[in-house]
Design a protein around this ligand. Structure first.
Ligand SMILES: [Zn+2]
Length: 367
């Protein structure tokens, strides 16, 4: 069975790296039939050099690319999902199917089918046809770059498909080791993207997953089979504890407010910071005090930042609010008796308290 080439593989497959002599190759691009190498430093014209390939990178690309050909062919043959494009990523690769949806059961079967072919160890053969070769009529040439001249290269997975392609490939499907289909996602314009890993990437991903699993086992002190239940339980108890904390903070805010109000004589200025509280805490405290003649400098939050409120007589608040806010590296505005701001640094909180005290001492002296 002959399949049309869907893409210019030079655009889809990242280039090889390596050395020309001792000079690193930074990029390789196609210009017509030539592979243009961009190198770190110039080489003298006519100099003979030994080319050394980054084999690990090449093998990885060969595995992903041949794996793509295999998935594309079997998805079309067995389920009628035609491939319109594909992408070889640094971590994962994906194939774009010209279909709005893919049945989950088809994905399971497809994964079984591609791995079955790997076990069967079918050869992968590259044939280069001369320009005008009559055999080429059997290979459709859609997707061939416009500037292409001369020979045409066809990659055949024996017993599966033939595909015009200029990418790098394994010589036998057994070199793919394994294919893992990861997931599907909605693609562009009614297309569906299928993400997959081939060969070394399957092993690397498995190692990373196992490493995370060992870490979770140590943290949760229970085996992988219980991880999901334990994390769910932890999240629920955290939510419950937070709810209790917020209720306790509301009680503290009301208590603090009542305590300030009951002081005799009524204080002219109170400063209060509560690390774990939020803006509700400040609002409850202000409402409980309920007196603009008591200047309240309230802050909530930790080293990463938080909020401030300066509440009191509007003229005082308008005067002091911006200065206090600037000291705490914040951004906010005054509205009547309240200056509210988001702040990013409490390092200068003591300086802000001193500024307020000095201002109040100054205004009382003026009187
Ligand atoms: Zn290809």
């Amino acid at each position: 069975m002959v399949y049309k080439c869907q893409e210019d593989s030079f655009l889809k497959e990242p280039c090889d790296y390596g050395l020309l002599g001792s000079v690193p190759v930074l990029q390789v691009t196609r210009r017509g039939a030539d592979a243009v190498h961009f190198v770190e430093s110039a080489l003298p014209v006519g100099k003979l050099v030994t080319q050394k390939l980054d084999w690990e990178r090449r093998l990885d690309h060969m595995q992903q690319h041949s794996g793509q050909h295999l998935i594309t062919a079997l998805a079309d043959i067995h389920f009628g999902y035609p491939t319109t494009s594909w992408w070889l990523g640094e971590e994962e690769s994906y194939i774009e199917f010209d279909t709005q949806s893919v049945k989950p059961s088809d994905l399971d079967t497809l994964e079984e089918l591609v791995n079955e072919k790997i076990r069967a160890a079918n050869p992968v053969i590259v044939t280069v046809y001369k320009e005008g070769d009559s055999e080429l009529k059997r290979v459709r040439t859609r997707g061939l770059p416009d500037d292409h001249k001369g020979a045409v290269r066809v990659v055949t997975i024996e017993g599966v498909e033939s595909n015009m392609c200029c990418g790098t490939h394994v010589t036998n499907l057994s070199q793919l080791q394994a294919i893992k289909i990861l997931r599907i996602e909605k693609g562009k314009k009614n297309k569906t993207n299928l993400h997959f890993l081939v060969g070394g990437r399957v092993l690397r991903q498995l190692s990373a997953c196992l490493h995370r699993e060992y870490q979770l086992t140590a943290l949760l002190k229970n085996g992988p089979a219980d991880h999901v239940n334990l994390v769910d339980k932890l999240q629920r108890s955290l939510k419950y504890a937070n709810k209790n904390l917020q209720a306790a903070l509301r009680d503290i805010a009301a208590y603090e407010g009542a305590r300030i109000k009951q002081q005799v004589p009524t204080p002219v200025y109170v400063s209060h910071h509560r690390k774990e509280a939020d803006s509700d805490f400040m609002s409850i405290l202000i409402n409980e005090v309920g007196d603009q003649n008591v200047l309240l400098f309230l802050t909530v939050g930790d080293d990463k930042g938080g909020q401030m409120v300066l509440h009191g007589e509007p003229a005082t608040v308008a005067q002091l609010g911006p200065q206090v806010c600037a000291l705490l590296n914040g951004k906010g505005a005054a509205k009547g008796p309240k200056f509210q701001a988001k702040v990013s640094n409490f390092a200068n909180r003591t300086k802000a308290e001193e500024l307020i005290s000095q201002y109040l001492a100054g205004t009382s002296n003026d009187c």
